[in-house]
Design a protein around this ligand. Structure first.
Ligand SMILES: *[C@@H]1O[C@H](CO)[C@@H](O)[C@H](O)[C@H]1NC(C)=O
Ligand SMILES: *[C@@H]1O[C@H](CO)[C@@H](O)[C@H](O)[C@H]1NC(C)=O
Ligand SMILES: *[C@@H]1O[C@H](CO)[C@@H](O)[C@H](O)[C@H]1NC(C)=O
Ligand SMILES: *[C@@H]1O[C@H](CO)[C@@H](O)[C@H](O)[C@H]1NC(C)=O
Ligand SMILES: *[C@@H]1O[C@H](CO)[C@@H](O)[C@H](O)[C@H]1NC(C)=O
Ligand SMILES: *[C@@H]1O[C@H](CO)[C@@H](O)[C@H](O)[C@H]1NC(C)=O
Ligand SMILES: *[C@@H]1O[C@H](CO)[C@@H](O)[C@H](O)[C@H]1NC(C)=O
Ligand SMILES: *[C@@H]1O[C@H](CO)[C@@H](O)[C@H](O)[C@H]1NC(C)=O
Length: 462
């Protein structure tokens, strides 16, 4: 219901009832409420502007007074017009411009001028058993509508990728408070390493242009009352050649080798992405001598005319604006049907064979490495530990490395040795190393050996 509840004036019981519902919803009934649908109204210059106001009250009323004031920043509020009951008293200076039809408190401004921009204040006073009053403020802006923008491209002839720059400028003849936005393929353009905007966003600079900048550009201009989009512009950007490749209608393609049956004529098609379109030339290489044999994207080779079984060809693509070229080499092998099948087999087998070979080699090497790693340290340590008498071992232990801590750096491997009983001993710290029986270390682990050293150093200070 919202604003519908604000009937004016609320003299009937129905009105009072509706006021009660409304004010119950608001949570308080202060007697008079003045409401405006919007505190900001955007007007169009030269047209009429209507400022709607709703009010409702819940007191007995004899006089209803409505007053409109106008204020601009840093100026005194101006009286526009007022009313008591149904009689309007305008300010004579503005009497042709402002209209009100009380008890309707809404204001009509006609025609709207730029000077009418500012704040409009409406005040309602209800006199009955005492006086209640309420007011509201509406901010009014005045603008000219946007006319259709036109995009200018600089340079209009286009720009070469990675060399040239481009500036798109949005030109608008009419409209105030313009906000510019650039769209590429319908989506907003953002600043990036190559894109930048002028202060007002009315120009888009692309420095340098790349193939990715190709697209449908338009300029969208908005102001509070209107928006207009320019026609789509497709800037000319010269690029390429990219992705040069040769294809043939017949002939089996294996990488860059085409195999062709004797007597067959095959058509080759050379293509690369570029703007403007490339110029293509075909080169044949025989006996270390090259001949330019044709210009244009297509080449027909009649195989019976070829003296050799294998001939090298080059397709060269050249973009005469970017000045860049690309070429691709390929080989034509002339075969009979039987030979072709053989060649096909060999070609399809050889990569498979090599992959299998490499895989087998890798697997075997890794197995060997693993075996060596498992066996080697075990053997060495076993020899070292079990080959020594315990005293020597003890000595070596106190001696080893701990004259210089640097000697301790390295990779330690955890190796468990079977106990004399054959049951593997778990590394344990429950027996302090200093209390340990010397013989115990013989069946210990490397991990434990490392653990014991600092403790033993304390027992035998240098
Ligand atoms: C306004 O109308 C009320 C009743 O409708 C009346 O009593 C009052 O005198 C009027 N005021 C003026 C200024 O005419
Ligand atoms: C006030 O008057 C305008 C026309 O001038 C009308 O559109 C509007 O509905 C009126 N408001 C009320 C509450 O009667
Ligand atoms: C006017 O207001 C006074 C106090 O607020 C109240 O006593 C009196 O009954 C009211 N009169 C009417 C007619 O509502
Ligand atoms: C493009 O802009 C860059 C940086 O402003 C400048 O160095 C370069 O000369 C410009 N290129 C052309 C073709 O104007
Ligand atoms: C650009 O617009 C043209 C038609 O004007 C359309 O054919 C083309 O697909 C559009 N390109 C993109 C990238 O939207
Ligand atoms: C220019 O556009 C950017 C985004 O494209 C926006 O963040 C910025 O506020 C705009 N500046 C002006 C003055 O409109
Ligand atoms: C091809 O020509 C180059 C010089 O143009 C020469 O160095 C090379 O030896 C020649 N190769 C053969 C196979 O004739
Ligand atoms: C580039 O080549 C085209 C033909 O593909 C030709 O029409 C054009 O004049 C050439 N432009 C230049 C600058 O050489």
């Amino acid at each position: 219901m919202g604003q519908d509840a604000f009937m004016e004036p609320f003299s009937s019981t129905v009105g009072v009832f509706r006021c009660k519902i409304y004010l119950l919803l608001l949570g308080a009934c202060s007697g008079l409420k003045v409401a405006v649908p919007s505190h900001t109204v955007h007007g169009i210059r030269g047209q009429a502007l209507y400022l709607p106001v709703h009010y409702g009250f819940h007191t007995p009323a004899s006089d209803i007074q409505i007053i409109w004031l106008f204020e601009r920043p840093h100026t005194m509020p101006k009286y526009l017009l007022g009313s008591v009951n149904k009689s309007v008293v305008p300010d004579l200076e503005y009497q042709h411009k402002f209209t009100m039809m009380p008890p309707n408190a809404s204001l009509l401004i006609n025609p709207l001028q730029f000077t009418d921009e500012g704040n409009y204040i409406v005040k309602v006073n209800i006199q009955g058993n005492g006086t209640v009053s309420a007011s509201q403020k509406i901010q009014v802006t005045v603008d000219d509508p946007v006319t259709k923008p036109v995009v200018q491209t600089q340079p209009s002839s286009g720009a070469v990728e990675y060399v040239g720059n481009m500036t798109l400028t949005c030109l608008v003849e009419g409209g105030t408070r313009l906000v510019y936005q650039w769209l590429k393929n319908g989506r907003p353009v953002h600043t990036s390493s190559t894109n930048s905007f002028s202060l007002q966003n009315n120009s888009l600079h692309i420095v340098p242009v790349t193939k990715e900048d190709i697209g449908n550009y338009s300029c969208l201009v908005k102001n509070p009352i209107s928006e207009m989009e320019s026609d789509i512009i497709m800037p000319t950007i010269y690029y390429g050649p990219y992705g040069l490749q040769v294809n043939s209608d017949k002939g089996l393609k294996v990488g860059e080798v085409f195999t062709v049956d004797i007597g067959e004529a095959i058509l080759f098609d050379c293509s690369a992405d570029s703007y403007p379109p490339n110029t293509y030339s075909w080169i044949r290489r025989t006996d270390n001598v090259t001949y330019v044999i044709k210009h244009g994207p297509r080449l027909e080779v009649a195989s019976e005319k070829i003296a050799q079984k294998t001939t090298d060809y080059v397709c060269c693509a050249y973009n005469n604006v970017t000045g860049r070229r690309d070429e691709t080499h390929f080989t034509i092998i002339i075969t009979s049907v039987g030979i072709e099948k053989l060649a096909q087999k060999g070609k399809s087998l050889s990569p498979l064979a090599s992959i299998t070979g490499i895989s087998l080699f890798l697997i075997i090497s890794m197995c060997l490495l693993l075996l060596w790693k498992k066996y080697q340290p075990y053997k060495v340590i076993k020899q070292k530990l079990e080959g020594r008498p315990e005293t020597e071992y003890r000595k070596a232990q106190t001696f080893s490395g701990h004259e210089d801590a640097l000697d301790d750096f390295g990779i330690y491997e955890f190796v468990a040795f079977p106990d004399a009983s054959g049951v593997p001993r778990m590394p344990t710290r429950s027996v302090p190393a200093s209390d340990g029986v010397p013989g115990q270390d013989l069946h210990s682990t490397i991990y434990e050996v490392i653990q014991h050293i600092p403790a033993q150093q304390q027992d035998h200070p240098e």
